[in-house]
Design a protein. Structure first.
Length: 80
């Protein structure tokens, strides 16, 4: 599944907080309850991208169910 990836700009964590939103919508909208945070568009990719981490099946299921996914990929397991 194609996804738009946003990064939380205010995050000082070692691991960035990513917001994934399906790219199959005419107008990509960050969910209202997440809009107060400072998100910056990063890229459009597929949900299986190793940058995202985690199970592709789980990511796709959550995207279909909730319309978005927030994740913090583990840099030690996802970067080669």
């Amino acid at each position: 599944m194609q996804v738009n990836v946003f990064v939380l700009k205010a995050s000082n964590d070692c691991r960035p907080t990513l917001l994934l939103i399906p790219d199959n919508r005419p107008n990509v909208v960050i969910p209202k309850h997440l809009q107060p945070w400072n998100w910056e568009y990063f890229l459009t990719t597929v949900s299986a991208d190793t940058l995202i981490g985690g199970s592709t099946f789980l990511v796709d299921e959550l995207l279909l169910r909730d319309g978005f996914v927030m994740t913090q990929p583990d840099p030690y397991t996802n970067w080669h």
